[in-house]
Design a protein around this ligand. Structure first.
Ligand code: UFG
Length: 407
């Protein structure tokens, strides 16, 4: 039986993940009703039987609102999806569900194509069958590959220089979505190309939970909390201001706000067809600048070693966000120092992420016995601003390590 129509009922796929959970906070506080879906392959399930995944329980406690429903379901399971769409009338879908580890995608590409591309196909088929034609797609700056000009605008070509299967899944999905919009009227699909989302909800109740971090910020916070002995700075021979990679870091709550504004536009202004926007901060920071900003914002030292480059990393990448600023009337508001302090607030309050300390992360490194204190002022005040002076980068760890090159 079909449920009554709610004007603002949104299906969120991949809801329990890092980006999904932070967007849920914004959606719920903005008054949307939400049905959450996640297959939990990368999320921590509730500690008690028949409870929500840990991140979703915490989203409810932050917002004081309940999800309308939660389904542990896989997008590739057409029967399960059909069942969910028969039970609810959705106004729109926000689609985050995706495998996203670049290195892993090179080892198991078929899993990436099946999960990301195949799952999106099943979702689109089901949406079409139920006349749900509004979608926000979680895309990535990785579709641009090696940039030919900076800052990157949405007009930069995509796909041609994608360096890994993960990036190609996002590119292929975008092409499918464009074809769909061109083939049938009535679809409204917006692709949001994320640059480097970091940070956490300022409460520190939810954040990015990784067993083994692949990305810079979670690696820094795991070093800070004692789960990793030092940060590996992956290359100092890039053509950048200090030789380390430059990226466009955006606070996760600014990214989340971008989704809600887009949804408002789609639903209230009746946007149709294919649209695409960059969501970044519009500024590039190097790895060494990230380290020094983290140290200044939190007071916690980050030992690091200069190591070899990772395969496929580009020199620098940052976004032109003028299209999103004008069309969505959206602007990021949080500083790099906010991103660092909020990441640290989350990690220091949750050293093992959503796992309990007893469960651990399976690594040999234990968490530091005496947790590092977060300066309250740094969190409460939205963090002291950078004082303009650049730190000297003289704190490299000196002991040799077999798989790193120490300069
Ligand atoms: N880096 C380190 N040490 C680490 C991890 C990263 O020095 O342990 C460096 C990288 O070399 C790079 C910068 O930190 O210069 C940022 O690396 P991330 O792994 O945090 O992010 P990427 O820019 O490589 O990738 C991110 C997402 C991808 C997405 C891409 C889009 O992880 O999913 O942005 O540009 F596709």
């Amino acid at each position: 039986m079909t449920a009554p129509v709610s004007p603002h009922l949104i299906l969120v796929t991949g809801a329990a993940g890092y980006v999904g959970s932070h967007c849920l906070v914004e959606l719920l506080t903005s008054g949307y009703d939400v049905v959450a879906l996640d297959n939990c392959i990368n999320a921590v399930e509730g500690h008690l039987p028949d409870t929500l995944p840990e991140s979703l329980q915490r989203v409810q406690s932050i917002t004081g609102r309940s999800l309308l429903a939660y389904y542990k379901a896989d997008l590739n399971n057409a029967t399960e999806l059909e069942d969910i769409f028969s039970k609810h009338r959705f106004s729109a879908v926000v689609h985050f569900a995706s495998l996203k580890a670049v290195g892993e995608s090179c080892k198991i590409p078929l899993e990436y194509y099946r999960n990301n591309v195949g799952g999106t196909m099943t979702l689109l088929d089901t949406m079409r069958a139920h006349s749900v034609r509004r979608l926000i797609f979680s895309s990535s700056a990785t579709v641009y590959g090696t940039p030919e000009f900076l800052p990157i605008t949405e007009e930069h070509h995509t796909g041609r220089n994608c360096t890994n299967p993960y990036g190609r899944t996002k590119y292929f999905i975008e092409e499918i979505l464009k074809d769909l919009c061109a083939s049938e009227t009535g679809w409204s699909i917006t692709s949001l190309r994320y640059f480097n989302p970091v940070g956490a909800h300022p409460s520190g109740i939810i954040g990015e939970d990784c067993k083994v971090p692949n990305n810079l910020m979670p690696y820094i916070t795991q070093v800070a909390v004692g789960r990793q002995p030092f940060l590996k700075v992956l290359g100092k021979d890039f053509k950048t201001k200090d030789g380390t990679g430059v990226r466009d870091y955006i606070h996760i709550m600014d990214l989340a706000a971008g989704h809600v504004i887009t949804l408002d536009k789609i639903l209230q202004e009746g946007w149709t067809g294919w649209n695409v926007y960059n969501l970044g901060a519009g500024t590039g920071y190097s790895v060494l600048e990230m380290i020094s900003t983290f140290e200044e914002a939190t007071g916690v030292p980050i030992p690091y070693k200069i190591c070899d480059r990772r395969c496929g990393d580009v020199d620098e990448l940052w976004a032109d966000i003028s299209k999103a600023s004008s069309a969505l009337n959206w602007k990021p508001t949080r500083s790099l120092a906010d991103m660092c302090a909020h990441s640290w607030n989350w990690q220091s309050k949750n050293p093992m992420g959503y796992r309990s300390a007893a469960e651990g992360d399976g690594s040999a490194n234990g968490v530091r016995q005496s947790p590092v204190k977060v300066p309250d002022a740094a969190v409460a005040s939205g963090v002291k601003a950078l004082n303009g002076k650049s730190k000297s980068f003289d704190r490299e760890v000196n002991n040799n390590d077999e798989d790193v090159t120490v300069f």
